[in-house]
Design a protein around this ligand. Structure first.
Ligand SMILES: Cc1cc2nc3c(=O)[nH]c(=O)nc-3n(C[C@H](O)[C@H](O)[C@H](O)COP(=O)(O)O)c2cc1C
Length: 666
């Protein structure tokens, strides 16, 4: 009989328990607060919301934090938030806490007040009237809205509302209450020397500025009792003009630690510092660890860190080195809600990493929905049956076992192949080239896009584990399809680079962005990127960061209109700092000296030509679907689906979403 080898965890610190207050957490990996937009009009929990949070509990997180719950009508920072003062709030909250806890996670809920960033919603007040906002002090916001100084009676009322809210969530069965004292909301506004100019007991000295936080945490403690854990989320530094820094945060932490059981250290000041509160692809992973570590040196209460974490090795080191006691993840657990379970069972190589593309955030702004670029079930967990009532149906075999042929190994093809194989079908994936990734391969070697490479690697591993027969150098022709005779054909043959027909474009100093990684050694000391969309701008940042003098030429009036509204502004700020920008400009010819261009005057009339000197011209003028190749594969199998860029050249999210569903439809 074969001897069984005993199991040794690869990340022993990460999977070790931690006691906070009266409860024991099953590991050090927690789900950071993430709002979910499906909330009833009066601010009640929906089934969709319960399923959203439950998925992360099922995936093994030690704490799942529900957010953002408002305790007071003056504190609504967004249109739809959970309301703890709404009639009937208890029932949905109770079901939500139970759904999280039935998987062994601790259920936490974040209580917040938006302060001067709130939209007032007081019964009797007309929403059409001038919106009244209350913050620590009088000021006018950049959008012109007036903030009034919060009267002391209102402060008392808000403190009392936190108490009522905490008592309610405890009654609903939550194990932890998180108080949001960071990200520029009310408590941080009071802490912040940049916006708190009060002269009463709430302003001036650090102790006075900390008074609101202390009053809230003291009062909540009295309401919930000694053993019920209170977590306080703060920004370790504000990173705004006149804001507080880490030294002040340390002093504050020392003042407040006696009132709380866990200090959760993030960074940044709300909307102004979005790239700080949610570290972008341009920031290092674990961007805020140093802040937690510094605070931890001065307090005895456990400290959590958050921000751009997704690598188990790095997170193990954070815990092992004592920089933090807990690691919290938001986006990483959208990309892969099972990350903690995979860490626990030594399957870290199966973790689908977050790309930090901000699709999750941006989509809420655009459509009030929650989605993830690499995880097609986010936002529709209930419908997919993975959590909430009836969870577990998703990966069940789809009935009849079919022979499935997938043409193309880009994100859409890979996701379709994986999903079909997981559902029990027999799957062959053919890739014409010698590597998986399709259009994503153009981003190989760009350091800040390393997440995309992780995506390819993980999908390949997942496909192999699911039994997909992956064939390289295999072009799917009509003859090939006839020979294989699949029951279903999924066509995911991608798109190709558009090369504008201008004189000199075939010269050797021209490199299409799609093959840049292969020709990286040909780059000189200067480059001009022809095409200022998302790909062109990211390419320009990459080149400039390598020390190459870079210019961008864009025909349209603005750069990167195809970037989402969260990633876009961060990218644009960077590209305008690093590169020379020419908008409303058309490239007219390439020579050995660079790119000749001319400005457009809006009616198609070109101004005088000028030369942008550059050793290399990079073409990033968009992608064109390989429609004729796709069309040639039509009607060759009983079922055919077309997915990804060969339908319309878009993005990884669209390809993954469609690929996943094409496989479910089999
Ligand atoms: C989709 C989404 C929703 C979020 N909603 C909240 C929220 O309601 N309250 C909050 O304190 N932070 C919220 N955050 C911020 C996260 O808790 C976290 O601080 C931030 O995303 C950085 O962590 P990450 O790099 O692991 O994503 C949200 C983040 C995301 C991605």
């Amino acid at each position: 009989m074969q001897q069984k080898i005993s199991f040794t965890p690869k990340y022993p610190r990460l999977v070790s328990p931690l006691r906070i207050g009266g409860i024991t957490l099953r590991s050090r990996m927690c789900s950071a607060p993430m709002g979910f937009p499906y909330i009833t009009e009066t601010g009640l929990v929906t089934n969709e919301m319960t399923a959203f949070y439950e998925l992360r509990a099922k995936g093994g997180a030690a704490i799942v934090t529900v957010s953002e719950a408002v305790t007071h009508p003056t504190g609504k920072s967004h249109g739809r938030l959970l309301s703890l003062y709404a009639d009937g709030a208890l029932q949905g909250l109770t079901d939500l806490a139970r759904a999280i806890k039935r998987h062994g996670a601790a259920a936490s809920i974040e209580l917040n007040h938006g302060g001067m960033f709130s939209e007032m919603d007081i019964p009797g007040d007309s929403r059409d009237a001038e919106i009244v906002k209350y913050g620590p002090s009088e000021l006018v916001l950049p959008d012109g809205k007036r903030v009034r100084e919060m009267p002391n009676e209102m402060i008392d009322d808000i403190v009392a509302s936190f108490v009522r809210g905490a008592a309610l969530v405890k009654r609903a069965g939550f194990d932890i209450v998180m108080i949001h004292g960071g990200h520029g909301w009310l408590i941080e506004q009071f802490l912040s020397p940049a916006v708190n100019r009060r002269t009463d007991k709430y302003g001036g000295s650090p102790e006075n500025r900390a008074r609101l936080a202390l009053e809230i945490t003291t009062a909540v403690r009295a309401a919930v009792g000694r053993d019920f854990p209170i977590e306080l989320r703060i920004s370790g530094e504000e990173r705004i003009e006149g804001g507080y820094g880490i030294k002040d945060a340390v002093e504050f932490a020392k003042l407040v630690e006696g009132n709380i059981d866990l200090l959760h250290v993030s960074a940044g000041f709300g909307e102004d510092g979005f790239a700080d509160t949610h570290p972008s692809v341009f920031a290092p992973h674990g961007a805020n660890v140093h802040l937690a570590a510094e605070i931890k040196r001065h307090v005895s209460v456990p400290v959590a860190t958050v921000g751009g974490l997704n690598d188990p090795g790095e997170m193990e080191r954070i815990i092992a080195s004592g920089k933090a006691d807990l690691v919290c993840m938001a986006r990483a657990l959208l990309a892969d809600p099972e990350l903690p379970r995979k860490v626990e069972s030594n399957r870290a190589d199966e973790i689908m990493r977050c790309l930090r593309c901000f699709t999750c955030h941006a989509e809420r702004m655009l459509t009030q929905t929650r989605v993830c670029a690499v995880n097609p079930i986010i936002g529709r967990e209930l419908e997919a049956g993975v959590s909430g009532p009836g969870y577990g149906r998703l990966e069940a075999p789809g009935g009849e076992k079919k022979r499935v042929l997938v043409a193309g190994g880009g994100p859409g093809g890979m996701t379709a192949a994986l999903t079909a194989a997981r559902r029990g079908h027999s799957v062959i994936l053919c890739e014409k080239g010698h590597a998986l990734g399709g259009a994503l391969l153009s981003e190989a070697g760009i350091p800040f896009k390393s997440g995309v490479f992780d995506f390819i690697k993980t999908r390949e591993r997942q496909m192999r584990l699911a039994g997909v027969d992956i064939r390289f150098g295999a072009e799917v022709t009509p003859e090939f399809v006839r020979r294989i005779a699949p029951d279903a054909l999924i066509v995911a043959v991608g798109a190709e680079q558009i090369v504008p027909p201008i004189p000199g474009i075939q010269r050797e100093n021209v490199i299409p962005a799609s093959v840049l990684p292969e020709r990286i050694s040909e780059l000189g000391r200067s480059a001009v990127v022809l095409g200022g969309g998302l790909v062109g701008c990211e390419t320009a940042v990459f080149l400039a960061q390598r020390g190459i003098k870079t210019a961008v030429v864009e025909m349209g009036p603005r750069l990167a209109p195809d970037a989402n509204p969260r990633h876009g502004p961060i990218l644009l700020k960077l590209v305008s700092q690093l590169a020379e920008i020419h908008v409303n400009t058309r490239g007219t010819a390439v020579s050995e000296r660079g790119l000749t261009a001319a400005e457009e005057n809006g009616e198609g009339f070109l101004g005088e030509e000028f030369l942008i000197e550059a050793d290399t011209v990079i073409v990033a003028a968009g992608m064109r679907p390989r429609r004729s190749i796709a069309d040639a594969l039509r009607s060759l199998a009983p079922e055919t689906a077309f997915v990804g860029d060969c339908v319309a050249a878009k993005n990884i999210r669209e390809a993954v979403f469609r690929g996943y569903h094409a496989a479910l439809d089999l």
